[in-house]
Design a protein around this ligand. Structure first.
Ligand code: ZN
Length: 102
């Protein structure tokens, strides 16, 4: 068991209190009606699966029930930091290791 820092509660809590909700920073198309089926399907179902740094959306489901983001290394499980939705976290890791959002 490991500890995760909740930026809303401002404390470390045990991992079973949290639930991973997939990739973070997914932008919903501004006009879904204008999307092709392929574009909409891409938004709904296709996610990155990087080896290395990955920004993930988590929810403190057994705590404050708020969503936040985690920057985690998928190889080592090391969490480089947690931050609130709408914010961004810079870490001192080589930029090449991070998956670009474009
Ligand atoms: Zn919390």
């Amino acid at each position: 068991m490991f500890l995760i820092y909740c930026p809303h509660c401002e404390e470390h809590r045990e991992e079973p209190e949290f639930h991973a909700s997939g990739e973070a920073h997914l932008a919903r198309p501004e006009d879904p009606e204008a999307c092709t089926d392929e574009q909409w399907g891409e938004f709904l179902y296709f996610r990155k699966n990087p080896r290395g740094l990955h920004r993930e959306l988590w929810v403190h489901s057994a705590g404050c029930r708020k969503f936040f983001n985690i920057l985690r290394d998928t190889q080592t499980y090391q969490i480089h930091g947690s931050y609130k939705v709408g914010e961004w976290l810079e870490v001192d890791v080589q930029k090449d290791d991070e998956v670009s959002s474009s």
